[in-house]
Design a binder for this molecule. Structure first.
Ligand code: SF4
Length: 405
């Protein structure tokens, strides 16, 4: 099973590549960065104590160039994205996380729940363009596993080419409880119905004292990791996330990253790490510290440095916007999510990021940072370079091979 999930573009020899790359001038005389570089080259791991020193360095340029060096050792000049659509099945939720602008109570005027047919209706206009639907929602008080079996069966029957990435860990826990079955059984049934992978949402900060302040009632840190581990054991890959800029400390962000890489040591099914800052509109968290642009970039960079066993780091445009995303792909991130035909959760909380890009337009964001835009599939096994200038796609049959060297 582990072999099945070992990421198809996992770079076998990135540490060796790292030793062959030219050391950026910004870190050539910095003993902490040089020590960290040698640790990675020799197969070691950057511990939390050194990560804290790196994160807090006054030399932001050095931090970014170090993270970029590691990114280049894995993926060279390439930056990935996919053609995808977000469909949120319901905003009705039995919980009320304080950072959440999306959820509604059952009787709220704006509460909604989509039938399977309505979900298909939303996919239909994009169905010839996208190859992934990303579908999450609130914890609906009535829906059981049967609702989602019906939904995924209909999606995969109608659009067999579309990858279904759906249900966060807390949704899976809720559905399993509502259905009176285990998470393992729930995931097995859903996989058989067409669920292909699960997103990483709901990790927030994997420190229970923080969770108690911002999302009381949600699954605890161990449950989040355990549910992803179960998915990985069933051959279902997943992403993992971090919501930062609420009430956590920098040390707690690093503890979070350490927990993710320890879980990855065990189950090896995380494809991509997606850090995103808290957006405050319509939320109930007035004491939130919020994250500055510098902090967002530092989080992206330290994620690349610490997560030596999770291949992809995403600059999540939906939260950080296109400008910060374009900085992030020179600071350790190798992925900018997708064209995103529609998105509600972050836009409810204040995101102004443009939606529904054409893939050539999105490529401009990458080439403007002097990098190469690569459209990928959901599990990073098919790649296509997209040319922003000619608006023609250049098929690169050898790229898969390049990605794994
Ligand atoms: S974050 Fe998810 S679980 Fe929490 S209130 Fe919002 S929809 Fe519900």
């Amino acid at each position: 099973m582990e072999a099945q999930l070992s990421n198809q573009v996992e770079i076998l020899d990135w540490r060796s590549n790292l030793s062959n790359l030219e050391i950026p001038i910004t870190i050539q005389n910095n003993s902490l960065f040089l020590k960290s570089l040698n640790t990675l080259i020799s197969g070691g791991r950057i511990n939390i104590s050194d990560s804290l020193k790196l994160y807090n360095t006054p030399d932001l340029a050095a931090l970014c160039s170090f993270a970029d060096l590691i990114k280049r050792s894995r993926f060279g000049n390439n930056v990935f994205f996919n053609d995808n659509l977000h469909v949120n099945t319901t905003n009705i939720c039995v919980l009320a996380c304080r950072f959440c602008a999306f959820r509604k109570g059952t009787r709220h005027n704006d509460a909604y729940e989509l039938s399977a047919e309505e979900v298909l209706h939303r996919i239909e206009p994009y169905s010839k363009i996208i190859d992934e639907v990303h579908s999450v929602g609130g914890l609906h008080p009535q829906w059981t596993v049967d609702h989602y079996i019906d939904l995924y069966t209909k999606i995969t029957t109608t659009y067999p080419h579309i990858h279904v990435k759906s249900l966060t860990a807390v949704e899976l826990k809720h559905i399993a409880t509502r259905s009176g079955i285990s998470v393992h059984k729930t995931l097995k049934l859903l996989k058989d119905a067409g669920l292909n992978s699960i997103p990483g949402g709901g990790a927030e900060i994997l420190v229970d004292s923080v969770r108690d302040r911002i999302c009381r009632g949600k699954e605890n840190s161990s449950e989040y990791l355990e549910i992803h581990g179960i998915a990985h054991s069933l051959g279902i890959p997943s992403n993992c996330t971090m919501l930062f800029g609420t009430v956590e400390t920098v040390e707690e962000r690093l503890i979070h990253l350490d927990k993710l890489r320890l879980q990855q040591d065990i189950s090896s099914g995380f494809q991509c790490f997606v850090p995103y800052p808290f957006l405050p509109d319509k939320t109930r968290l007035p004491e939130a510290q919020l994250a500055t642009t510098s902090e967002i970039i530092r989080v992206i960079a330290i994620s690349r440095i610490m997560l030596d066993n999770i291949p992809h780091i995403k600059a999540y445009r939906m939260n950080i916007g296109d400008y910060v995303a374009s900085l992030s792909i020179n600071s350790g991130a190798d992925d900018i999510d997708g064209t995103v035909g529609n998105e509600e959760i972050m836009h409810e909380a204040g995101s102004k990021t443009r939606l529904d890009y054409d893939k050539h337009e999105l490529s401009n964001l990458v080439t403007s940072s002097n990098l190469t835009p690569i459209k990928r599939n959901s599990i990073y096994t098919k790649f296509e370079e997209i040319s922003p200038k000619t608006a023609n796609s250049i098929i690169m049959p050898l790229l898969n091979q390049e990605m794994s060297s």
